[in-house]
Design a binder for this molecule. Sequence first.
Ligand code: SF4
Length: 160
Amino acid sequence: MTGTQIAYYFLCHRKLWFSSNHIELEQFDENVALGKFISESTYERQKHEIKIDDIVLDFYDSKSKVIHEIKKSDKMEEIHVWQVKHYILVLENKGVLGVTGVIDYPKLRQKVEVVLTDYDREKLIEIEGEIINIINLTCPPKTIDKPFCKKCAYFDLCFI
Ligand code: SF4
């Protein structure tokens, strides 16, 4: 389960289905490219991006056991918190305990601290089951027609 899949689960099940079934248009999306650039430039000196199974951590401070996730967004969102909770759980499952997270918003010059609770652990297991069910659907779920659809890489596929 990737952080992107967790994010798309909260955002749009159709987007989750497209992306997870190899209909990938995000590489042509300038918002995704900007996010990647901010992530790379914010931690350029540390160069500590770490890949564990299906997840990629922007930066992990092994001394303080803190995951840093960088978001280009100018809005702090619950989706970002769940992504980091998922990363903490993945590390826990690898035997790395006591991990917390920090979401850095360079545009806002703000940080959000993230901890994983027992409730979150159960909720993430539930979410993962639902994600698998959505991905395995034979057809994509219906469009949701939200304001953010206009910025989505799949907009043309959904509405044109
Ligand atoms: S355009 Fe809207 S409905 Fe279509 S995949 Fe994107 S967010 Fe979902």
